[in-house]
Design a protein around this ligand. Structure first.
Ligand SMILES: [Zn+2]
Length: 141
């Protein structure tokens, strides 16, 4: 779901391919091409988000990037649905933070993005119906 969502993101590389802009340099690090993979997977931020997710969800993942996490997510199915929802919120929040850099020239820290993801995820997840154990797990997050 979130991988499909990322393919719709108008990264600078995509806009350059469409002839709409003149450079494809990432607006945050200013050193590499801005592609979805750069943003969500190769970025050093990706690892920081993994660490924060580990701490928050109290799970032990032996992964180094969001991509690995998505591939190797080995948990009960019902928990995977919660994780997927959170990853969807994370992708959206990272992209929103990137847009604030581009349009408002405001840099938002990784920690600030993550706090927003936690708040929004808890709110959204609390409105969905889950089995009792998952409901309790979500409630304690
Ligand atoms: Zn960059």
């Amino acid at each position: 779901m979130w991988l499909a969502y990322q393919d719709r993101l108008k990264t600078k590389q995509k806009l350059l391919n469409m002839g709409m802009i003149e450079d494809n340099i990432c607006p945050i690090c200013c050193t590499q091409t801005e592609t979805k993979d750069h943003f969500f997977f190769s970025y050093e931020f990706s690892r920081q988000y993994i660490d924060m997710l580990r701490q928050w969800l109290k799970v032990m993942w032996n992964v180094r990037s969001l991509k690995d996490l998505y591939r190797k997510c080995c948990m009960p199915r019902s928990k995977v649905k919660v994780i997927e929802a959170i990853l969807g919120n994370l992708v959206y929040a990272i992209w929103r933070a990137r847009n604030e850099v581009v349009w408002l020239k405001q840099v938002i820290t990784v920690r600030r993005v993550f706090v927003t993801v936690k708040q929004e995820s808890k709110l959204r997840l609390s409105h969905l119906s889950w089995s009792r154990p998952i409901h309790n797990w979500v409630k304690e997050l």
